[in-house]
Write a protein that binds this ligand. Structure first.
Ligand SMILES: C[S@@+](CC[C@H](N)C(=O)[O-])C[C@H]1O[C@@H](n2cnc3c(N)ncnc32)[C@H](O)[C@@H]1O
Length: 161
C-alpha cells in the first residue's frame, strides 16, 4: 500500500470513528476535548459535527490555518499533561468526548498515553467516549467496536464507566 493510500485510510478511519462517537454521545451532555490541534482538521470537523458543544483543543504549538484555530477561550497551549492538570478542577465529570491525536501512533507514544489516563479519567462523564490514534491498554475503560470498515488497531475507541 502506498503512503498516500495509507494516509487516506487513516483519515477515513479517524473521521468514521469521530462520527460514530458523536452519535454515541447524543444524550450525554458535556464538552469535547481534541488533544492535538495540528493543522486543525479534526477540530474543524468536531465543531461542525457537534455545533452545540464547546470544543476545547490542546497543543504545545499553533500551526493551524487561522480558520481552523480555536479562540483563546478554547485553546490550551503547552504540554498536554500540564494543561490537563491545570484544567482538572474546571472539568470534573464534564467531558463527553475526547479525541486524542498526539504523538506518532506507535509504541513510542505509550508513556504519554499512560500519563493521560489518570488525568483524563476524572474529567470523563460516565458514558463518555474516547477516540484515539493510540491504544490505552491500561485504562479502566470499555474497548468499543470500531465502525464498519475500520480495520482493527487503525484507530481506537473506549467508553468510560
Ligand atoms: C497529528 S497532530 C494532530 C492533528 C490534528 N488532529 C488535525 O486533525 O490536524 C499532533 C499534534 O499534537 C501535538 N502534540 C504532540 N505531543 C504533544 C504533547 N505532549 N503536548 C502537547 N501537544 C502535543 C503536536 O504539536 C501536533 O500538533
Amino acid at each position: 500500500m502506498s503512503r498516500l493510500d495509507s494516509f487516506i485510510r487513516r483519515m477515513q478511519a479517524q473521521r468514521d470513528c469521530l462520527n460514530a462517537a458523536a452519535a454515541m454521545i447524543t444524550d450525554l451532555p458535556g464538552a469535547v476535548f481534541d488533544l492535538g490541534l495540528g493543522n486543525g482538521r479534526t477540530f474543524d470537523h468536531l465543531r461542525e459535527t457537534l455545533p452545540a458543544r464547546e470544543v476545547f483543543v490542546f497543543d504545545r504549538v499553533v500551526n493551524a490555518n487561522p480558520k481552523s484555530t480555536p479562540d483563546a477561550d478554547h485553546l490550551f497551549l503547552g504540554e498536554v499533561v500540564d494543561q490537563l492538570a491545570a484544567v482538572a478542577d474546571r472539568f470534573v465529570g464534564a467531558v463527553a468526548l475526547v479525541h486524542s491525536d498526539l504523538g506518532i501512533g506507535t509504541a513510542e507514544d505509550a508513556p504519554l498515553t499512560a500519563a493521560l489516563i489518570p488525568l483524563l479519567g476524572p474529567l470523563l462523564a460516565p458514558g463518555a467516549v474516547l477516540v484515539a490514534n493510540n491504544p490505552f491498554p491500561d485504562a479502566d475503560w470499555e474497548a468499543l467496536p470500531l465502525p464498519d470498515g475500520v480495520p482493527a488497531e487503525r484507530y481506537f475507541m473506549y467508553r468510560a464507566n
